[in-house]
Design a protein. Sequence first.
Length: 391
Amino acid sequence: MYKNLETLPLLTASDLGHPKWEKAPSDTTVLVGMSGGVDSSVTAVWLKHSGFNVIGMFMKNWEEKDENGVCQSAKEYADVIKVCEAHDIPYYSVDFVEEYRENVFSHFLEEYKLGHTPNPDILCNREIKFKVFYQKAMQLGADFLATGHYCQNKFENGQNRLVKGVDSGKDQTYFLYAINGEVLSNVIFPLGHLQKSEVRQIAALFNLATKNKKDSTGICFIGERNFRNFLSQYIESSKGEFQTLDGNSVGEHIGAVFYTTGQRKGLGLGGPGGPWFVVDKDLEKNIVFVERGTDHPALFRDELFCVENTWISQDVEFPLKCCAKIRYRQSDTECLVEVVSEDKLRVRFTRPQRAITLRQSIVFYRGDECLGGGIISEVGPSYHELGLKVD
């Protein structure tokens, strides 16, 4: 798409969701959250190329050395330095290790001990990136905080709205639903209108040190290590039985806390027939219930309840007809949201949802706009319990 830097458009205020931006780019200070990856690198350098006064800021959230005695955060910061020095961008590092451990990691562990599978990335965005990191940016006198998230900030009808990124495969609004919507007036997402392939192309045009770097995957404090081995350092567990719903024992598991609804991989169950899936758990008895088949009725429900609900949009009214999804890589599904009590909502879907999981997030959408979301606290009866088949 872009043959050279001369064909690369300059970012403008309207591109970044702030049509009433009055300052010239040269008078506008943008602090960019830099992770050492290609997305945040392109964000910083493209803004600099567009004439903005850019400052790079690296967050150190986790402190642990690998088998060679090297801290992973030090490796990432080294890449930040390479990019910033090559493009004359001042850079700094801030330490939020204590805040991360207290507000993200400790919560993550407590949820796992209860047999849940929380998403720490959502907490990190709420408690770290768009809270303490955002506050640091404002304290330093920045006009805006910019990140490499694949989403858009659009100003419509007097408010900033969080909108899906153009690249549907990379859209990250699911992970941002719990942030304080008020910060959007000082936040920009320069990559939201691009495909990932375009970002890679821009990185090559600028010859960034991170241009060929692989996308980060998984949870930052686990990295490429075995997930269960890592958790076993913090969580006590004991072996128990895999059972079918009618009570037949079909194998042994390493501890019910390590399994989640809908899980197929890592069960170690074989035998004739289709693949096994986790359909339920009994933490008190340390039993993991499994059944064969991707479409087993025990995996499907069309109702849930959610708590700890937060809203980015200021114009949500109930009963609310909208769309929602219960995990990141899932298509939106139409639903009706009703108020049960001050902190509880009932959600009924127009078609059954597979593997609804307690304490994971449900996120609500109106078209491409992310309205907000909540934490799944209860589930309705499964189609197996109702004696229904999955179409």
